[in-house]
Design a protein around this ligand. Structure first.
Ligand SMILES: Nc1nc2c(ncn2[C@@H]2O[C@H](COP(=O)(O)OP(=O)(O)OP(=O)(O)O)[C@@H](O)[C@H]2O)c(=O)[nH]1
Ligand SMILES: [Mg+2]
Length: 201
């Protein structure tokens, strides 16, 4: 099963306007979350590649929407991170409008993978994005990233933080705890994405 699905992945294009989105396949899965949370790394882990999506230890690296095709079947979309610029209006100019347009009546968008750093309480920016996400009806899954860096006490706070900061119900909708170094967790996310995409097609 491992290495079976998601192997044939390639970069298609970068866009800033959703009107330029490729339309060959009718399903897209969007990766979104604050800057440096691990979106591009997760796309690489899912597709078993080291450098399909460009990653960086410096936040604010991805500035456009990058489309990758998987198995000639659907798209993974890497999104710029929010919360990097200290000037909110600059942030909005760069990404806010682009993301809002992307979410408006997007027929291709089948799943939003919402990434949160497992080591920290969700930030105000995470909360803003979560409220924005809830105002739409897209299916989404919360992925807690960098779980290899957790100790027991941090791990035990994940659900509590999701409840207190986002008012999210983790018992009802269990988040995925992922690490790019933990193949099992990557496989779980693959299976989830695969299920949603198959259902949609
Ligand atoms: N330990 C650990 N580090 C990770 C993991 N995922 C990502 N990282 C590291 O986190 C940093 C940021 O990763 P990116 O994938 O570039 O983050 P991003 O969300 O795409 O960032 P932007 O493009 O700036 O929004 C890199 O140094 C990665 O190596 C993980 O599961 N575990
Ligand atoms: Mg990135």
């Amino acid at each position: 099963m491992e290495n079976y699905y998601f192997n044939k992945a390639k970069f298609i294009k970068s866009i800033v306007d959703v009107k330029e989105a490729p339309g060959e396949y009718n399903s897209s899965v969007l990766f979104v979350g604050k800057s440096n949370v691990g979106k591009s790394s997760l796309i690489n882990a899912l597709t078993n590649s080291k450098k399909l999506a460009y990653t960086s230890s410096k936040p604010g690296h991805t500035r456009v929407l990058n489309y990758y095709s998987v198995e000639d079947y659907f798209y993974l979309v890497d999104c710029p991170g929010y919360g990097f610029s200290t000037k909110k209006d600059l942030d909005y100019e760069f990404y806010g409008k682009m993301i809002e347009d992307y979410f408006k009546d997007n027929k291709s968008l089948k799943l939003v993978v919402f990434l949160l750093d497992s080591r920290h309480e969700p930030t105000d920016d995470d909360l803003d994005f979560y409220s924005f996400l809830l105002s739409y009806k897209y299916r989404f899954v919360i992925c807690m990233t960098k779980c290899d860096k957790l100790n027991m006490s941090m791990r035990s706070k994940i659900y509590k933080n999701l409840k207190s900061k986002l008012n999210f119900e983790p018992e009802k909708y269990p988040p995925l705890l992922v690490s790019i170094n933990d193949k099992k967790s990557i496989l779980k996310l693959k299976e989830m994405i695969e299920g949603v995409v198959r259902e949609a097609n």
